[in-house]
Design a protein around this ligand. Structure first.
Ligand SMILES: [Zn+2]
Ligand SMILES: [Zn+2]
Length: 123
């Protein structure tokens, strides 16, 4: 229920942090739909033969080893750099991101590697 509520380091509700997080997840969702990301991802996954680098299963997701953040989302050395990508299957990707597989608050992928719809943010 307080999924959309964010707390700062001292445990107090921090509306600014919430806003920053929701802006970043919005930008990330947009990034994952851009042509340059899709081309980068498709080329990379084909280069890895769609084989999961962790378990040898069928890879559907290009995982960012150095995670995308608000600071680096416009830096192609992070977002579009093959050196920063790892071809992984849905199961391994979920494990990397701690069960749910969310790469960021509100940004999740399905088993085919497509962005999962999540309900609009309640503000
Ligand atoms: Zn795997
Ligand atoms: Zn990932």
């Amino acid at each position: 229920m307080d999924r959309d509520v964010y707390y700062n380091k001292s445990g107090c509700y921090d509306p600014t942090a919430g806003e920053a997080i929701s802006n970043t997840s919005k930008n990330m969702r947009v990034f994952y739909t851009t042509r340059k990301w899709r081309r980068c991802r498709n080329g990379f996954m084909a280069n890895r033969y769609f084989v999961c680098e962790r378990c040898g299963g069928v890879a559907t997701i290009a995982h960012h080893k150095k995670p995308i953040t608000a600071e680096n989302i416009s830096n192609p050395d992070i977002t579009l750099n093959w050196d920063n990508l790892e071809a992984v299957c849905y199961g391994c990707h979920s494990a990397i991101h701690g069960g749910g597989g969310a790469v960021f608050a509100g940004v999740t992928f399905d088993e085919d590697g497509n962005l999962k719809y999540s309900p609009p943010h309640r503000d």
